[in-house]
Design a protein around this ligand. Structure first.
Ligand code: PHE
Length: 459
């Protein structure tokens, strides 16, 4: 073993391979898998879209994930410091700070949506998920613009996140992921089973998988690519922060592949949960918050109208599933800023986590108020504060951080460092190193640049 330059590992780390995979997959599997992927697949050519998506994940998502793994594990510190170490100071360090900022800003706004999921668990429990389509629409409109309720649930979900994060990497994040992720898979399988057994379910399965080559164009390709990055939690500091808890034995390539397989699998299963039920009652599913908070509760209720008890349970399990998916993603987002404040302010984990929880509660509260309760005071240039957070983080910061990370790692970091991390200091064969480097140097940055220019209508 050529282990001349192995870094010292005194830092907290995940205790097992399973911990690495489940925690990181927990970050990746989130609301994006349920509310965007299935719809995009159905609308954009079914099986053909899924193939394009998988190709994007393989050749673009995985290399970007490995790059963040390399920077995080090399740095053994929060994302900002990890970039600073890799860059030896200098302007490239700024990418790390941007990653942390992106993660921080997203935490507050993602928590608002996660909070909605909690409210819907509660509403399902007390039997409020009952009514006609108009009822569900009105319920959501009224609830999301309420000045108090959504903020209450945002604080609750961030409080739960705090309690997990405060317990540290092994006892908090890893333990919670080992419990939450298998529960999530189980719930998913139960709902997929129930949905696929409904009469007329095969039409939904056909919609999701039927290859339609005519639906494919450049837009679809860019949409698949954007979805792949978002779904894998790339460029938000999450992957980099978690990688700083990997051990020197963690096989980065293999882990990235396993995590991506889990993430894509969950996205496809989410399609099998949504479409068969929706088609069985003749409802056309859409995407985004209205899919999960308006359309689906109605679909589940109608689909199981002849067995109301099953409908009740499925609706409850569905929101439980969403909450778990959102919580594990929220943990990784929270950890980005917690690690940052803990190390940069040289304070305790508890204090850092509390600082992040309180400040993201404030951000979340303002985002939530901008959805109605505050009238137009939190609206700027025709966008609510909530939409601004979504737009700036997802469509501006994410591509910029992703692009610069590839350029930095592919062109500026000495290849020896990259190769050492990639091959675990020569202990792994590293057969794909040149392919990886080629993708990170040329293919990934060019494709990210395309998505960026495309979404601003420049190409
Ligand atoms: N990957 C998550 C999803 O699919 C979203 C997310 C993005 C989570 C960035 C954390 C960080 O919903």
């Amino acid at each position: 073993m050529k282990n001349i330059e192995m870094p010292k590992l005194e830092r907290a780390n995940f205790s097992s391979k399973l911990g690495v995979i489940l925690a990181t997959a927990g970050s990746a599997v989130g609301l994006g898998n349920v509310w965007r992927f299935p719809y995009m697949a159905g609308e954009n050519g079914g099986a053909v879209f899924i193939i394009i998506y998988v190709v994007c994940v393989l050749f673009l998502g995985i290399p970007c994930m490995i790059s963040e793994f390399i920077i995080g594990r090399h740095g053994q510190s929060n994302t900002a410091r990890a970039f600073r170490k890799m860059a030896g100071g200098g302007p490239w360090s700024l990418i790390g700070y941007m990653g942390v900022l992106t993660g921080f800003l997203i935490t507050g706004y993602y928590a608002v949506v996660a909070g909605w999921c909690l409210q819907y668990i509660w509403a399902s429990l007390i039997g409020h998920m009952n009514g006609d389509p108009e009822y569900f629409k009105a319920y959501f409109a009224e609830f999301s613009s309420d000045p108090v309720k959504p903020i209450f649930w945002t604080v609750i979900i961030l409080g739960i996140t705090y309690l997990i994060i405060e317990h540290g990497v092994r006892d908090g994040i890893e333990r919670a992921s080992k419990l939450l992720m298998p529960t999530l898979f189980l719930l998913l399988l139960v709902i997929v089973g129930a949905s696929c057994m409904l009469p007329g379910a095969e039409k939904g399965i056909e919609f999701l998988f039927k290859p339609d080559f005519t639906a494919i164009n450049g837009d679809v390709f860019l949409a698949a690519l954007g979805q792949a990055f978002y779904s894998l939690s790339i460029a938000m500091g999450c992957i980099c922060t978690y990688a700083s808890y990997f051990s020197k034995q963690t096989n980065l390539t293999k882990s990235a592949i396993q995590i991506s397989v889990i993430d894509s699998f969950v996205a496809i299963l989410a399609g099998l949960m949504i479409f068969p039920a929706a088609f069985s009652v003749g409802v056309n599913p859409d995407s985004g918050p209205s899919l999960i908070f308006i359309t689906l509760p109605n679909v589940f209720q109608q689909a199981f109208a002849h067995m109301p008890a099953v409908g009740y349970v499925i609706s409850l399990l569905f929101f439980l599933l969403l909450s778990l998916a959102a919580l594990t993603s929220l943990m990784s987002l929270h950890e980005v800023s917690t690690a940052f404040f803990q190390e940069e302010l040289a304070t305790t984990r508890k204090k850092a986590a509390l600082l992040v929880t309180v400040s993201t509660c404030v951000i979340g509260a303002f985002c939530s108020l901008s959805l109605g309760a505050a009238g137009h005071t939190l609206e700027f240039f025709n966008r609510t504060l909530f939409d601004w957070f979504d737009f700036v983080t997802g469509q501006v910061f994410l591509p910029i951080v992703g692009f610069l990370t590839c350029i930095f790692l592919g062109w500026f970091v000495p290849h020896k460092i990259v190769r050492d991390e990639f091959t675990n200091w020569g202990t792994l064969y590293g057969r794909y190193f040149h392919l990886y480097l080629f993708l990170v140097k040329y293919v990934c940055p060019i494709c990210i640049l395309f998505i960026f220019l495309h979404q601003f209508g420049l190409i």
